[in-house]
Design a protein around this ligand. Structure first.
Ligand code: PFF
Length: 451
């Protein structure tokens, strides 16, 4: 670990920070609407298979690369190989980080706006039509979107200012348990509504005839996004891991927490949607239009709305922390001799503020020429990261560890003598050499319409 990289001090800190990165808008905003549009239970089954087949090995891979090199995404490959041949993969992941921040902070800004408006009871008496109009006006209101988009950037910068241990670790240890408790309370509350059972059946009773190549592709994309694999966020956290920590167990715990939260989000959203007779296939607006409208009809409208948007904001914030830390750690590695953590956090925050403003200007139409192939920067960055950069980044990392990293350094379970744990290494290597890359390639080619 280089100077300025003070690592995590406890294994709980690593698990909660990595779970904080994984658990985010992907679980609470994206998972329910993507599942809703792709068959509910059928999607869930495919998703769970993806998590087991790619999620687990890829999470271990990123943590291992970080742990082995002691470096962030920028310096990790160079340190392990001793040359620059894999440096392009560092640049690939860093490009992913920058592009992801562009749209992720914007949606985190929506959550902040909805949280503030929930607190001020702005949705009182609004029905779904009024809320749909409100959403459309909100996301195209340039000053409002810039203001709310920059708020989480500044907050994330402020947390990173305090460093890995006093900033990221301390905050994750507080926010992650708070988030889990709030979600359980909300789930219990929603399940008490009449008619909520239908929603549970939609999520947990799979209709296998709904599994199509499109469903599989969406599930693969969702798996990478939700587990934060493919752009090096977990390489950076791996570098901060105590040497004695077991990467396989950590990955398993993070996966369990991440999946649990996605399921809890489904258990909050679908029963509410079904209890009020709304279609689960509303798409990205499900959480920002349908849900606030439903909250208005529930027994405790103010409390449910505030609690939901607060938990969404907390989940998003622990993810933005992990992505921005990749940029901070990488800059520190690149300019470590000349700049300290505070300088780098300031520089990164200013750059990300500019980036988020650009995405907002393109999205609200204020700078309508700021588009790529007639799509605004928000849509382009979302699709580019989820469908291209993360899967291909993950595929290359898997090939890197499977074929190019010295086998003895793939110590997933460094100090264990248990036979089943010893079997993990050959299983992981097989999976990284063949199963993961071939499957990702097939899914990717299918997405391009090759088959
Ligand atoms: N996993 C986060 C979510 O589900 O919202 C998104 C994410 C965070 C992706 C950090 C990638 C990343 F590096």
């Amino acid at each position: 670990m280089k100077e300025g990289h003070k690592g995590f001090t406890s294994s709980a800190g690593v698990i909660l920070a990595a779970a904080g990165s994984a658990i985010g808008l992907g679980n609470i905003w994206k998972f329910p609407y993507v599942a809703g549009m792709n068959g509910g239970g059928a999607f869930l089954i495919v998703y769970l298979i993806c998590v087991a087949v790619f999620g687990m090995p890829l999470l271990m891979t990123e943590l291992l690369i970080g742990k082995q090199s002691g470096k962030s995404a920028y310096g990790a490959f160079r340190t392990i190989t001793g040359n620059n041949r894999w440096q392009w993969l560092s640049w690939w992941t860093l490009a992913g980080v920058v592009i992801l921040m562009g749209f992720y902070f914007v949606v985190t800004g929506w959550c902040a706006a909805y949280l503030v408006e929930s607190v001020t009871n702005a949705y009182k008496g609004m029905d779904a039509t009024a809320l749909a109009e409100h959403f459309a006006i909100t996301v195209t209101n340039t000053p409002k979107m810039i203001l709310y988009g920059l708020l989480p950037v500044l907050l994330t910068g402020a947390i990173l200012w305090f460093g890995v241990n006093k900033g990221i670790e301390r905050l994750s240890k507080i926010l992650m348990p708070v988030l889990l408790v709030m979600m359980i309370v909300m789930a219990v509350y929603v399940l008490m509504l009449d008619g909520s059972k239908e929603g549970l059946l939609f999520l947990f009773r799979p209709d296998f005839s709904k599994i199509t190549p499109q469903v599989v592709m969406m599930a693969v994309g969702q798996c990478f996004f939700s587990l934060s694999v493919g752009i090096g966020a977990l390489i950076t956290y791996g570098a901060y891991m105590p040497n004695t920590q077991d990467a396989s167990m950590t990955s398993f715990q993070v996966i369990v927490l991440d999946t649990l939260v996605a399921l809890l989000a489904g258990v909050i959203i679908f029963p509410a949607v079904f209890a009020f007779g709304v279609s689960p296939e509303e798409g990205p607006e499900l959480v920002f239009v349908v849900l606030p409208a439903i909250f208005q009809q529930m027994p405790l409208p103010w409390l449910s709305s505030v609690m939901f948007f607060l938990l969404l904001f907390i989940a998003a914030l622990t993810s933005t922390i992990s992505v921005m830390e990749v940029a901070v750690a990488s800059l520190l590695e690149a300019f470590g001799g000349k700049l300290n953590r505070h300088h780098v956090v300031l520089i990164t925050t200013v750059i990300v503020c500019a980036l988020v403003s650009l995405v907002v200007l393109s999205m609200t139409g204020a700078w309508s020429k700021l588009t790529i192939m007639q799509h605004n920067l928000f849509d382009v960055s979302d699709n580019l990261v989820t469908m291209v950069i993360m899967p291909l980044g993950a595929m290359c990392m898997s090939l890197f560890v499977g074929w190019f990293m010295p086998i003895k350094s793939i110590d997933v379970v460094p100090y264990s003598k248990r036979p089943w744990k010893k079997a993990l290494r050959p299983m992981l290597i097989f999976s990284l050499r063949f199963v993961v890359p071939i499957t990702i390639l097939l899914v990717f080619l299918n997405g391009l319409g090759v088959f």
